[in-house]
Design a binder for this molecule. Structure first.
Ligand SMILES: Nc1ncnc2c1ncn2[C@@H]1O[C@H](COP(=O)(O)OP(=O)(O)OP(=O)(O)O)[C@@H](O)[C@H]1O
Length: 258
């Protein structure tokens, strides 16, 4: 199910402003790739180019190629909505649909895809909540509002919602930044389990987190205010954190940046 992502020569713009420049990298399936780098270097922008979410911002556009197992996500005739079904996303702040029950939050994507049979919905809701490590906590209150859960539970609900439609890639934009340390550990454990089935990309400001959860790490940087972000290097997480090839990476991970 997991797919390899190959990015080449990717630029992303907001209007006439280039936010990220000439990014090329391969993201391996069944592994976790972390994006790290200083604020404003374009990590979130780049992440959003991987499921065509960037272009929902008026005036935003992308140049370059993103191949998902050799299919170009920006090829002619490709439906961005279909891309987002295959490349799911979890955001920084847990964002369950506020008026929906826990059950309906997870079932929403399937219903949109036309699934109506209750037994099938029940099965997928249970499987997804189990997959997100939330089933035991919510199985007795599936029809209560998702907004009534704790922050960490809401984030796991959002992960359940994302995996319910069986994506091949899961993009996570600082998924733990609004969570307490215990919930953060629960999400990190979950990421380690999910990587057996998905290609996972995570943006994080927390370098210990990148070191804990990721197999590969990409370091991005900017050369100055108003300049586009660039990929400095990508490699095995153990190498990036102990013996990076670039001085800028070393300065950043040892806290000498800025
Ligand atoms: N909606 C937008 N419209 C215009 N410019 C934007 C928009 N979103 C981001 N930018 C600009 O694009 C650049 C990259 O921003 P982005 O949020 O991708 O960086 P980041 O590395 O994820 O930052 P952070 O770590 O602070 O979240 C910044 O200069 C930012 O101001």
């Amino acid at each position: 199910m997991a797919k390899r992502i190959e990015v080449s020569g990717l630029h992303a713009y907001y209007g006439s402003v280039c936010a990220i420049e000439d990014i090329s990298m391969t993201i391996e399936p069944r592994s976790v790739t972390a994006f790290i780098g200083p604020s404003g270097c374009g990590k979130s922008t780049f992440l959003r180019t991987l499921n065509r979410m960037h272009e929902v911002i008026p005036g935003a556009r992308v140049e370059g190629k993103v191949l998902l197992d050799s299919e170009d996500l920006y090829g002619p005739g490709v439906d961005p909505v279909a891309v987002r079904r295959v490349v799911g996303m979890v955001f920084q702040r847990p964002n369950p649909f506020p008026t929906m029950s826990i059950y309906d939050n997870v079932a929403a994507g399937l219903k949109l895809n036309g699934v109506r049979r209750k037994s099938q919905l029940d099965e997928v809701v249970e499987r997804s909540l189990r997959g997100a490590g939330l089933w035991n906590e919510v199985k007795d209150r599936l029809h209560r509002p998702g907004a009534g859960l704790s922050g960490g539970q809401q984030q796991r609900l959002c992960i359940a919602r994302a995996i319910a439609v069986e994506p091949q890639v899961l993009l996570m934009d600082e998924p733990c930044s609004a969570l307490d340390p215990i919930s953060t550990l629960a999400i990190e454990d979950l990421i380690s389990q999910l990587k057996n089935r998905y290609t996972i990309v995570i943006v994080t400001h927390n370098m210990q987190q990148a070191a804990r959860v990721s197999d590969r790490t990409a370091f991005f940087n900017i050369s100055g205010p108003g300049k586009p972000g660039r990929l400095v290097e990508i490699g095995d997480t153990s190498k990036i954190f102990t013996n990076p090839s670039e001085k800028a990476t070393e300065d950043y991970i040892t806290g000498r940046f800025g």
